[in-house]
Every structure is written in C-alpha cells, then in structure tokens.
Design a protein around this ligand. Structure first.
Ligand code: RUQ
Ligand code: CA
Length: 615
C-alpha cells in the first residue's frame, strides 16, 4: 500500500471514530493536515549534520529503546541507528541465558512474557545520573530496574492492585528517590473473590498511580482514583507527578470511553501524599498502602480537563509546561506548572492552569522538545511530526480565535512513513535537551523495506532538528515493537559501564572446581577459562537434582564463555568474571556434551566436557 493510500485509509478509519467523538469534519472541508502542509516548505536551511558513523568511530548517544511485546530493551547507537545490544527484561533470551539461569528465574518468577513501553533513566538534578534504567511491563504489571554498570536487570517488582502498568516516570529532582507507574486499566480493588460483587460493576473499577521507592524497589503507596491512569510525567521540582486519563467515563467499551468531550490530566501532590502517609490516612490492600485520590474525596489530586481521550504528557525541558496530546482532539493542551500551587490551594480553578490549546493535526500522541522553545508532536492519523513554538501558541491563545486561525505556532510539518507513535529528541526528557536529533517511532513500515512476510518491522526515522525545518535523514527497521525511547549523551553513560563484573558480587562465585553430593542433590562448581572448563566430566544418577554453578575466570575484555548442555535445554553465557547457575533434574540417562556456545578461542570447539547420567 502506498504512502498516500495508507494515509487515506487511516483517515477514513479516524473519521469513523471522529463521528463517535463528535468531531465535525464534513465533506469538502480542507483536512487539517493539508492546511498545515501548505505552510511547510521542503528542506532544512540549517548546517547539515551527518548520521554516518564511520568504521572505528563511536556514536554520540546511547539510545535506550523499549521493545514492546518482545519484552526487552534495546540499545541503539545514535545517530547511526545501529542496534548495538539487547537487554532481556521480561522475556526469555538464549543469547545471554536470561530466563534460563537461576539468577534470572528468581527475578522473573515464572513470567517470561512481557510488554515494555517506557524506558527512562534515573536522574540527579534534572539530568541522567547514569545509575539505572527503569521500564514497565504492561502485561504482568511489573517494573524492572536495570543497572547501567552491567546493563542487566537487577530487580523486578510486581505491583499489586493494578492492571495495564503503562506510563512510567522517575523523579527528576533533586534525584530519583521515587518512580511512578500508572495503571491504564481500571479493575476492582482488590480484584479477587473477597470483592466479587464488583466484577460486574464497572463503577467499582479503579485506576492507580503507584509510587515506587527506586532504591528498595518496593511500593511506597498507591493513590486510588476513579479514572484510568495512562501516560506519566514528573516535574523538574520534585513536587508533582501526573497522568493523563482517557477513561474518566469508567467505560468498558470503546464508545463508552469516548462519551465525554473532556477527560483529565490528573496531578498528584507529593507533599500532601507524604503528609497523608505520615498521618496514616490509608488502607492496606495486598500489603500496599492505598491513599484515596478520588475527586471530591481527596486533596491529593487535581484534575485539569483536557479534550478528549488524551494520550501523552511531556514536560518541557525548562520545567515550565506540561503538554498533553489530544489523540481524538486535533490539539495539544499546554499546562503551566507554576500555576499548580495556586490551583491546589483553591486560588484558581484547575482549568486556569491551561495556557494554550494549539491546533496540531489529526491524532496527536506524544511531544518532545528541542530545548530552544519548540515542541515536536507526533501525529498518528496524519503521519506527521509537527514542530511548533510553545511561546507563539501561548501568545496566539491570548489573541483568541482570530489570532489562532492562521496557526502562527506551526514551524514545520514533516511527513513520516507511516503511523508514528512516540517521538523523542536527544536529551529531551532532561533540562539539557540539545535539539540535535529527532526519532519518530513509526508503527507501520508497509513498503519501506523488502517484504519479509505478514509481520513487518517498525520504522524508526531519524531527523536532524538543528535547523528551522525538520530534516529527515535516515530510516531504520526495528524488530517488533519499540514504543518509546530516550537518547542520552554518551559521556553520561559510558564512564559508568564496566567491561567486567566484580567477581565476588555473586555470593556463589567459584574459585575451586568441585562436585558435591547431598542426598540426591548434586552441586557442581566449575570455572570456565577459554578453552577449558574447570572439570572434564561430571557424573550424576538419573533422577538427581543437579545445580551447576559456573564462573568465567577470563578477565580479558569481551571474552565470554557459553555453557550449553546438549539435550537438556540449558544454554547461558558468562561475561568476564561473571557467575551464573542453573538447577535441573537429570531425567535422561546417557552421555551429554556440555559445550561452549560463545566463540572464545581457536580451540573453542574443543571446549567441551561430558555430563554422564548413570542409570
Ligand atoms: S504509549 S501504547 Cu507510550 Cu503511546 Cu504505550
Ligand atoms: Ca474519554
């Protein structure tokens, strides 16, 4: 399907929904995108940056991409857009042994399917501190923490009382003590037999804004609301977190969720939350303290009406504005954060925090920033990246409908291929947004790449945003299905990343090879030193439980060893000085070769030993 056709197809679908939504878009009316495109010229006049990273050179940015329902995180070099690494998180991955080793299984607790959407770094004073990444799992309501020094998951928290753990954002100031995660789906609370009367009563379904202690990776508290909690953001002052809600209707069908012309941006007041916790104003369900954040029942929350079924909320790098995307409304809503104190104090109405409602296009989803006063919004239906000036939008708002008519805030409109979800500029979620590169994470690639069958890659498009115009420079396919990303200056990450682990950080690190039997449990402790395993053979009896603990004793950078046990479905990899273990039942008799999978030496193929299971 060609670009043009795909856009028409999507518009037609959208208009069907717009009908439900009550948006008037009659025949003969110039569609908003055409009006915008008429303003846009082709090409950038700015100095051209190159995305080429020549052999032997390094990328300028670490891109951390969520992997959607692949359950992982990917590290993409920017601007080359090369996929450099994958970090398995909520999935099973044989390249490293994630989901196979005891260490990873302990974190996954039997759940090796996931759905990652939002990956963000830990902060200090509004900029990444290079310590952690956090990512949500929408499927099983988890939040994982990744240590940046090893680029490995070190904690996974299952969040009780929620479903559809979606928007996630760390505290930005003064540092990341808290991480918030939203529940997109409302459910009964508790959602079990003790509350079964609520199963058939959607009025008794609730959303939660969950606050997590970033160091302990434990739930601090949950704030219960009637609405659903979709995308998340935190401010740059450590005072507020927020969520967009598209289902204030408590609907359970699509038309019910679209019934109201307005939904909310819900703001959570951290000082009041701390006080309510200290005053014991909570109930405890499933071991978690739940505060009441419902409208009319609580002073912890503020509801700013935004049109209609909004999606993303993003904070401008100067910390001044929250920008909510309309999704079903062709506008964004600009909220001035300095007004929130007065709104919470009841001095002004919540809606008085809104300083602009600029027209953007059909289906605005997410917004990013260039650090020079411009916002760039992804527009799903129109398939565009729309660059607009925040100050001009606010100025035009003051001038009323007449001033807004010519859309003076629009700077440029870029057609993308094809349907864009998230959009992100380099360093844009920090106060050091540098306005260099923009990535448009397009959901559908259609004919952009050679045909690989019914399931096609997504299309991440890279643009240079140093000039007035957005200059699209590069397409790269990504495996199903990144949602969001951040791009972090290399020097904020690289000095923290280690070439080898601290060997004795693992309590079972092996220094001496041994085989120990206790009853029918055989524990094998073994070193690996390319091209030799520390033992030449291991014996067990059929029916024994076997624990195999292996430490890689090679300190040489990038000298990894694999440990695979033929016919036993066991396969994992050890980086320099790393220890991993597996436990399994020796349920098949015979001779089984244990071999190294990860090419390590000229005698790599000879790096093998026998596992003999006797009858
Ligand atoms: S949101 S659908 Cu990031 Cu647009 Cu998950
Ligand atoms: Ca709604």
């Amino acid at each position: 399907m060609s670009d043009k056709k795909s856009i028409k197809f999507n518009r037609r679908n959208f208009l069907k929904f717009a009908g439900v939504a009550g948006l008037a878009t009659g025949a003969g009316v110039m569609l908003p995108k055409d009006a915008l495109m008429a303003r846009s010229e082709k090409g950038s006049k700015g100095k051209k940056m190159s995305f080429d990273v020549h052999p032997g050179q390094l990328d300028d940015y670490y891109g951390f991409w969520s992997g959607g329902h692949s359950g992982e995180i990917r590290i993409i070099g920017v601007p080359s857009m090369r996929e450099i690494h994958r970090i398995p998180v909520f999935n099973k991955e044989c390249g490293s042994g994630w989901g196979i080793t005891n260490e990873s299984k302990k974190l996954l607790r039997g759940k090796d399917a996931g759905d990652t959407h939002h990956v963000h770094g830990s902060y200090k004073d509004g900029v990444y501190d290079g310590k952690y990444l956090f990512v949500n799992d929408k499927l099983n309501n988890r939040v994982a923490r990744i240590r940046i020094d090893y680029m490995e998951v070190d904690r996974i928290l299952e969040v009780p009382n929620i479903q559809g753990a979606h928007g996630l954002f760390p505290q930005r100031y003064p540092k990341t003590d808290w991480v918030v995660v939203n529940s997109e789906f409302q459910t009964p609370v508790p959602n079990n037999a003790s509350n079964s009367a609520a199963f058939n009563n959607p009025q008794e379904y609730y959303g939660m804004h969950t606050i997590i202690d970033a160091e302990r990776m434990a739930v601090v508290c949950q704030i219960q609301v009637d609405e659903n909690c979709d995308l998340a953001a935190t401010d740059y002052k450590g005072k507020y977190s927020m969520c967009t809600s598209y289902n204030i209707e408590k609907g359970v069908t699509i038309s019910e969720m679209l019934a109201s012309d307005f939904d909310y941006l819900i703001v959570f007041n951290w000082e009041r939350i701390r006080k309510a916790m200290a005053a014991g104003k909570y109930k405890t369900i499933n071991g978690v303290k739940i505060l009441d954040g419902r409208m009319g029942k609580s002073d912890l929350t503020l509801r700013i009406p935004v049109p209609k079924n909004p999606h993303g909320v993003n904070i401008s790098p100067d910390g001044k504005y929250a920008v909510c995307c309309g999704k079903v409304s062709p506008t964004t809503t600009v909220v001035e954060l300095d007004r929130l104190d007065d709104a919470f104090a009841g001095k002004i109405k919540p809606e008085d925090c809104i300083v602009a409602n600029p027209f953007i296009g059909l289906g605005p989803l997410h917004t990013t920033f260039d650090g020079r006063g411009n916002a760039i919004t992804s527009v799903f239906i129109d398939s565009t990246n729309v660059k607009w000036n925040i100050a001009k939008a606010i100025e035009a708002e003051k001038g009323g409908e007449e001033a807004k008519k010519s859309n003076p805030h629009i700077v440029d409109v870029l057609d993308v291929h094809y349907q864009v979800g998230h959009i992100m500029a380099t360093m844009a979620e920090t106060k050091e947004a540098d306005g260099k590169w923009l990535v448009s994470l397009n959901k559908i690639s259609k004919d952009r790449y050679i045909n690989v069958g019914p399931l096609k890659p997504e299309n991440d498009q890279l643009s240079d945003i140093t000039g007035e115009k957005i200059r699209h420079v590069h397409d790269s396919p990504t495996y199903i299905e990144p949602h969001d990303c951040i791009m972090v200056r290399r020097e904020l990450i690289e000095p923290h990343v280690k070439h080898r682990v601290e060997m004795f950080e693992h309590p079972l690190a092996v220094t001496k090879n041994s085989v120990e039997r206790k009853g029918n449990h055989v524990t094998v402790r073994m070193t690996a030193n390319a091209p030799l395993f520390g033992l030449q053979e291991v014996r067990a009896k059929k029916g024994d439980k076997v624990t195999l603990i292996v430490t890689n004793h090679d300190e040489i950078v990038d000298l990894s060893n694999g440990v695979a046990i033929s016919n036993y479905n066991i396969n994992f990899v050890l980086g320099p000085f790393q220890t991993k273990s597996v436990t399994f039942k020796a349920d098949k008799e015979g001779v089984f070769w244990i071999y190294c999978t990860n090419f390590c030496h000229a005698l790599h193929l000879e790096m093998r030993m026998r596992f003999i299971v006797e009858v």
